[in-house]
Design a protein around this ligand. Sequence first.
Ligand code: ADP
Ligand code: MG
Length: 645
Amino acid sequence: MDEGFCIIEFFDGPHGPLSDYVHVEANAAYANHAGIPNVVGKKVREMVGAEADGWIELYGEVLRSGVPIRFERELVATGRYLALAAFRIEPASRKQVAVLFQDITQRKRAELALQQLNETLESRVREAVAERNVLADVVDGTDARIHVIDPQYRWLAFNVMAITECEQLFGVQPRVGQSVLDALDHLPDTREHVRRLWDRALGGEEFIEVTDFQTSGAPSRFYEIRYRTLRGTDGQVIGAYMFAYDISDRLREQERLKQAEEALRQAQKMEAVGQLTGGIAHDFNNLLTGINGSLELLRARLSQGRFDGIDRYAAAAQDASRRAASLTHRLLAFSRRQTLDPKPVDVNRLVAGMEELIRRSVGPHITVEVVTAIGLWSTFIDAPQLESALLNLCVNARDAMPLGGRITIETANKWIDEREARVRDLSPGQYLSLCVTDTGTGMTPEVMSRAFDPFFTTKPLGQGTGLGLSMVYGFVRQSGGQVRIYSELEQGTTLCLYLPRHYQAAEEPQVLDAESPGACAPAVCRVMIVDDEPTIRMLVSEVLEERGYAVIEAVDGASALRILEGDKPVDLLVTDVGLPGGMNGRQLADAARRLRPELKVLFITGYAENAVIGNGHLEPGMWIMTKPFAMEAFASRIYEMLERN
Ligand code: ADP
Ligand code: MG
């Protein structure tokens, strides 16, 4: 049930200034909770009589002081107990106070009854033992389950709800004088659990426990149980009691809300993806047209035996496919599921290597300054991605300084302690920071809060994609780091990447083992390629055969394994990660390694399969390459794997 809600407005009544108030607004739930219908327009003095003074005083104080209150109070006029919260509506000159409230009569009655019971218990204990339903008259109206026990865990009393529940949950009929623990003998775990809780209450502890009990066949029910110690008039512990509320529905409601929220978020994401795919499909078609057209012309020329200018077509096709590759890359970065290839990286060196490119990208009207920390720690990260993130930040900085300015790129070691970690949403520990500061326009708080959203851009159509920072964010978060913006309007902006420290130095010497049994020369090296895409198999085979390797092809894991089970020598397994037929590339590699422990493996993967292949933490002798790749790069990777290792 919704909470009751109303707005009251004070006025100067016959008893002096601000001595009465009138209801100016109320919701439908008001009547349900308070038990008084149609209150709008009514003055409190007309509604509740003498009781009005107390309410006026309470709310009047809220109006005077502006301090909100929260309290429980009986509305004598209707005999209901209410839990209330009230706050002043600003500005105070409106003389209005908002009140939210809930009917808690049931709970209050049970508590009062128990309090009474507690007070008179000593005299009633004997009575209770004789009279089974001592609580019936006072607390059977409530939906709380109430049990009272003595220090030997023997029931002193319980209410009707408690009887029903005990039967349903445990198959037990409580009897006054019987031990609760004995009654639960057939359920040893529950018995222990219950005993521990009662022990705390008997030991003088008053506490609230949330726990669930499973009835056979039915879904679990959740209870909020309040345990209280029972003391005689001399203060001695003479027992304990508890009252349990079934909160399953409340929890389920919360769960439902959470799910609804999640669904909403998902829907928003889908909408974003929808926008994205629309645009991308368009771009892709253009690029494919470029590729196809070039190839068509190339073919026509070849069939005519004309070789002049064919380079141009080849170059055009290559250029278009490079752009297509960078497009898919952006998509994957955006989905935060790109396949990263992290390595220990010296960020200082990476920055130094980028300096020239950055200078050229930002133009001569902007000064670029690089300040690198001495003794900078190493981090474990995908270097090309970090380069592109850095470039993205610098390009943003450039865009923020149309009239020129200065970009400072800075690295540093950072100890993030508990407090800072909370502020930055990171786990505490050692990080290195890579910050890019500009002297540009800065961001408004509104822009700052949305800067990481995909497609958020303040730039004119055609100039901003709104994907730069969302990619940087996705990549850094996926790498265990964090991105923070510090910005002041008209002053400038600093964007900092915090990257987790890695305890292995970047210049980890290549483990070269010339005698490794896998080493072979092209003429005798055998490479098995497993991919369900015939074009890729064809291209890969051609490139490798051209370089003198022997190639064995397979379309899926099962057929590859059949070959590996035989005695044909294979020096290297190149496999796609996503394969048809129920066995993925990773599983194939594992099975192959069981047959041939020395076998080298190169995964080639197009997307989203990070987790499958161990998030970049590969076993020795296993490598990974992301599709699409240039055939040249592929060939030299193979060469490295076979001949250098
Ligand atoms: P885009 O650059 O395509 O607009 P980004 O995701 O890179 O997309 O950036 C999103 C928005 O954040 C920008 O449009 C801009 O408003 C703001 N922004 C990013 N970097 C800076 C900066 N260095 N200074 C001021 N505003 C910035
Ligand atoms: Mg950008």
